[in-house]
Design a protein around this ligand. Sequence first.
Ligand SMILES: *[C@@H]1O[C@H](CO)[C@@H](O)[C@H](O)[C@H]1NC(C)=O
Ligand SMILES: [Zn+2]
Length: 298
Amino acid sequence: MPIVCVLGAAIDKSDTEPLLMAYNASMSATTPFPSWLTAFTGINQWPGPDPPYIPLDFIDFSKIPNHGLRGMGVCPTTRDSCSFDCYKCVSYDDVYTCPKLSQSFDDGPSAFTDRLLDNLNHKVTFFTLGMNVVRYPETYLKAVQKGHLMGTHTWSHKFLPSLTNEQVVAQFEWSIWAMNATAGHLPKWYRPPYGAIDDRIRVIARMFGMQAVVWDYDLFDWRMETVPPTKTKQQVLEDARRFKAQGRGGFTLEHDAYASTVDAAIEVSKIYGPDQLTAAQCVDSFDYIKQYQEDDGK
Ligand SMILES: *[C@@H]1O[C@H](CO)[C@@H](O)[C@H](O)[C@H]1NC(C)=O
Ligand SMILES: [Zn+2]
């Protein structure tokens, strides 16, 4: 079972841990751990949900603002730190909308992503979890080969404002290494799990050259998976038609982590139509920080 997020629902560590354990137990095909990464980290296997912090010379801790740590559902009393999850605050380099109505997917790759890839006739943006990238490398590469834009959704879907600076660095660096080891590229775009971002997280991400991508339309597709379900597929599609009827662009949040959300996404794709943009295209920017030659080795 891959890691999935339960956006907005009240989950705690005890809810997510079993999923992560199951993930380790059933791990099959994985991206080989590359020798360049062993040389750099001294480690020879992909880490679990709490990846070790590996120092990087371009991370300048003196430049990271201190907003204090906060847990899920806890908001700062002021808006000074520009929290998106609490106040929908966006910074100058956040991507939060798009000239065309466009789909984006979080939490994959999963066993269901393949079906989505087979049924899309336009490009979308995937924000992948490093732990899932190394578990589904073929699916990841298939998405790349079909021209979709790949961004990171961190290594293991932690609530970033609750982590120390070192732990945030670890969440980013390991997700980037997973993408580089699997497809030879370094992401330019990231989406914070739960949309949980403030200026501390943004400053760290910028040191990696990355920009945040949030959203302006949320389909809440994951609510089809709560127990009991709190949204039907028909309601997801009604919302999609409502967004479409507004006649303006926008960036939609969906998930490729479940059969139900992938099923809905295929229908949403028909409602929106193929005239969609990737996050990079929304702001007329580039896809990756760097792309290595394919024969550079993996
Ligand atoms: C990316 O992978 C290449 C090997 O393909 C390696 O030489 C390079 O150091 C890696 N870079 C990062 C930032 O992971
Ligand atoms: Zn997520």
